[in-house]
Design a protein around this ligand. Sequence first.
Ligand code: DON
Length: 632
Amino acid sequence: MPARLGRLRLSGPLAGAFVLVLAPAGAFGPWFLAVKGAPAASLSPLGPPAATDLQESLQRFRPIVSGGGLVAAQDARAAAVGATILRQGGNAVDAAVATCFALAVTLPQAGNLGGGGFLVLWLPRSAAQPLQAPAMPIGIGQAVALNFRETAPLAVRPELFLQADGSVDRVKATRSLLSTGVPGTVAGLTLVQARYGRLPLKAVMAPAIQLAERGFPVGVELAASLASAAPLLQADPSSRRLFFKAGGVPYRPGEILRQGDLARSLRRIAEQGAPGFYGGPVARALEGLMVQRGGLIRSADLAAYRARWQAPLQGRFRRYQVVTMPPPSGGGITLLQLLNVLEPLKLEATGANSAATIHRLVEAMNLAYRDRNRLLGDPDQVAMPLEQLQSSAYADLQRSRLDLNRHRPAAQLEADPTALGGGSHTTHVSVADRQGGLVAVTTTLNGAYGNGISVPGAGFLLNNELDDFSLKPGSANGYGLVQGAVNAIAPGRRPLSSMTPTLVFRPSGEPLLATGSPGGSRIITTVLQVLLNRLVFGLNLASSVAAPRIHSQLWPDQISVEEGLSPDTRRLLEQMGHKLVAVPAMGSANSVEVVPRKSPAAGPRAGSATTLTGGSLGVADPRRRDAAALPE
Ligand code: DON
């Protein structure tokens, strides 16, 4: 049965099943709505006017449209929190921080207080503070990166993770308190909000506190995820109590999950800022757990933790400016290397997801991951040839090594084959505000629910991020990444990451889009394909995110492919020497785009009823059931 809401009509499976949000009438008109990544065919034609400058009529997927700002996140309730904050006058930073704190409540498998992450932002200078180093000017605004990656505790020693035979103890590396890095999320979110947000921290955190305190109905995806993580979570008494009903019974969809301990921790942070987490009762509870159960983090580690401002990495791709995360994420530099190698290859001629294009991507990916794994680490502690890696001379050299007709086996490039681990338990939020401000923020516990261990009385899970180090150089981590000594574990060091929060600017310097993804080692290739789809293949944002993805990382020597490639494409790739492996859907690239106020491309119809000018577009990756892009 179709459902009606004002002028809008929903039909088919969407009727009644999704949140509809109408923006208040005003400067931008009353016609904006949000439905999770839904194809336009499910909406009546009474929706927003067609955006002729955005190629809408040629595409099978439609982004959500807003006359103001927009939040795209992996959980609809958390996205709604961000959208509310925008409506209350918050900027993109306020909304991103509010969404991340809400994700710590509603998406416990990845949203977190006990993990870490990276953030890249751009704000118009009029709306932000004056340029503060290391922020860099771009167009009328400034961009800056924030590193709130976890650090190895001061007492860490590599031997702690090894078995008697010298191999890495995978349980210690991923399921023990030893695997936990000093959490960075609270330091990062509160720091960026204090410097660049507009609203008081208390206002920004109030919705998350309410979600934790009053509870929320468990969604289908969370219920399934908790049930499948029962062996991990029920091994820990605190996690069992927090995430299961009495007797360890899993929550069914629709049942209310309340998190009183988490609400108290969140309230402490809202009132005191970062000291509410890194000192006082929360820090004491964390240290107490570590002492009691053989973990390494002590109050001195917590007190010493600092999030770090960094200058973002900048690159050019076809006149667009790409602004992304520097090390200790390997994501940004690897992405820029790939874009540099691919730029002159005329991929539009070979076409999206053709065998010829996929072959070029894969061969370039293998070379780039080879560098990532051997050369990158924490810039505070190791030297890296970043300039060389980003140079056009190096891109030319790498390009000259591509055989356009034949796959070069990984063994010819490097030894040490290994298996690729699974995982999709990080989360990415993209926000646009009505001034064109953009935030891309990716946070993680590493594995789903981290190491599964919660801090008693404080209500949050701990990360197992130290597995991102090369605990034994040359042996694979949980994502099958075989990394070198440059990323060895050491006290105070931050493990190399693949997280790739990324912004793109138009040739004019105006903001274009924000994107990023979870997916472990597959994050970088996911972001690459979203950008190529949008900037090269002419797809709109929604189609760019929905398109089938592939991934290769040198080892294992194979292409991971999502469903959606034709049998003859696969056959052609096999004939070029590739091995293809079908894998579960990769990534969750929730993305937003800023619509220019005056679009030259729109020509004489700019500002007419059929052309969108100003505002923003957003898309929740359709690969996650509970994700949403919601307008303010
Ligand atoms: O920082 C990294 O690269 C990993 N810890 C990210 C983990 C991740 O994306 C898990 N989800 N697939």
